[in-house]
Write a protein that binds this ligand. Structure first.
Ligand code: GLU
Length: 471
């Protein structure tokens, strides 16, 4: 049988990393087996579903590169199909109309609790021959088997048996006719030929109910893999108070998608002690059955470590494409003016953990800075550097080859000429060029900033020094 897996988010918020990890596992499972990956938007809860959330999910999937072969399917566009299946279940006696009012149900529930029984629907309308007088509103309930076991043979959790005596007659459609979650999932998984349901283990208790409905419909049962949840560093369920949890937030914080994917896959899955996996490797190695049963805790430092690893080792052109929007936030379009962005990536990638950080460091290559960092200026921009800076200006104007080795030799020579060590000239020059004392090697910095801007900034620094000393 061909492998068909799906990701079925409810669009009631952003795509959080728990959801993204489930999506990644389902995607890898399909890709590993040359199967099909389906995206289904479970938007039947109209109160809580929003278009913004649908868009955030689609955007997150695209950014992560989790491409789907079928979909996105929207459950709200399938109501007619759900109605047909309901009719089929009613006609076959697998479902029935229940006329119990919410008040009746609440009173009976109270009574069950008072008798110390587990509250559940007592099956009162199971055997009604005709509707009560006046045809009151009704819900449609599934006629769950009364005895026997339903066994979930979970690929991660192993064999999990449930007794039918624990399951009451589930509502399939509400009084307004809208189908419920457990029912739409069953119809969709059946219609879409899903062979393996990979989802969060908060759904494990729904699975026996869904299996019973599938059986009543004569549909084959898919395999199930319930993925444990993700915990915060403190061991509590991951939530916003632990920091970024939305995929797009990670993107905006300057994480590369391949770093996030690599990080997510390792939350619950491992292959020996290997930490870094290319996507191709993951497709070849990933096995849903090896996912850990225990919940995994996030580790923000590891994500930063992986991100830096990918910043350092990925194709600089690729990193540049992801970096460009971060410069855009500062109003800089690196394509218009300044050095090729991938060269800036090469110069900065050893010293940046995120794209955000890299963009900040890249700014001096593309635009003028506002002011000198006071501490750096106090330390390095002193009256004695005016002369060496002027010499540099003259020599830079005349230099034929504006390349790092030549620039290096030139700075060395001018330093010697003024009785300074290399660093004693390189640091003031750096502050003059970048506004602070941190930048890549001075020769690379000079090369990237380019002759025109370098000369302008030297003039500015000399002027600034003169003005200060005159004041
Ligand atoms: N829509 C459900 C959720 O977002 C997932 C249902 C499923 O995967 O079966 O939690």
């Amino acid at each position: 049988m061909s492998v068909r897996s799906r990701f079925a988010p409810s669009p009631t918020g952003y795509l959080h990393i728990g959801g993204a990890r489930t999506a990644l596992f389902a995607w890898l499972h399909a890709r590993r087996h040359g199967g099909t990956f389906i995206l289904r938007i479970e938007d039947t809860d109209r109160e809580r579903s929003t278009e913004a959330s649908v868009n955030a999910i689609l955007e997150g999937m695209t950014w992560l590169g989790l491409n789907y072969d079928e979909g996105p399917f929207y459950q709200t566009q399938r109501f007619e199909r759900y109605r047909d299946v309901l009719d089929q279940l009613l006609a076959a006696g697998h479902a029935y109309r229940c006329y119990c009012t919410p008040e009746d149900l609440a009173a009976r529930r109270e009574a069950q609790l008072a008798r110390k029984e587990k509250p559940r629907y007592d099956g009162r309308c199971r055997h009604l021959d005709a509707p009560p007088p006046g045809e009151p509103p009704f819900v449609i309930r599934f006629r769950n088997p009364l005895d026997g076991d339903v066994v979930v043979d979970d690929l991660i959790r192993g064999r999990v048996p449930f007794s039918n005596t624990e399951l009451d007659d589930l509502v399939l459609a509400r009084t307004d006719g809208t189908p419920t979650y457990n029912f739409t999932v069953v119809v969709d998984d059946m219609d879409m030929g899903v062979s393996c349901v990979i989802r969060g283990d908060d759904h494990l208790n729904n699975t026996p109910r869904q299996l019973n409905i599938l059986r009543a419909l004569g549909a084959p049962a898919p395999q199930y893999a319930h993925v444990p949840m993700i915990l915060g560093p403190d061991g509590a369920r991951l939530s916003k108070r632990h920091g970024a949890v939305s995929v797009l937030q990670y993107r905006d914080d300057g994480i590369l998608p391949e770093a996030l994917l690599n990080y997510l896959v390792r939350l619950g899955w491992s292959h020996g002690d290997q930490e870094v996996f290319s996507l191709d490797e993951l497709v070849a190695l990933f096995d849903i059955e090896q996912v850990n049963r225990a919940a995994a805790a996030v580790n923000p430092e590891k994500l930063l470590w992986l991100n830096q690893h990918y910043l350092k080792t990925s194709d600089p052109e690729h990193v540049a494409r992801h970096l460009s929007p971060f410069l855009g936030r500062h109003g800089v379009d690196p394509a218009l003016d300044g050095p090729p962005l991938h060269e800036v990536v090469l110069a900065l990638r050893e010293r940046s953990k995120t794209l955000l950080e890299m963009a900040d460091k890249a700014l001096p290559f593309y635009r003028e800075f506002d002011h000198y960092d006071p501490a750096a200026a106090a330390k390095h921009l002193t009256a004695e550097v005016i002369e060496p800076l002027l010499t540099l200006h003259t020599r830079f104007e005349q230099l034929e080859d504006w390349q790092a080795p030549q620039l290096h030799a030139l700075v060395e020579e001018v330093a010697a000429q003024h009785g300074r060590k290399f660093g004693q000239l390189a640091q003031p020059l750096r502050v003059a060029l970048c506004g602070n004392a941190v930048s890549p090697a001075i020769d690379v910095t000079l090369q990237l900033i380019g002759r025109g801007r370098v000369l302008g900034r030297l003039e500015r620094a000399v002027q600034w020094l003169k003005n200060r000393d005159d004041a």
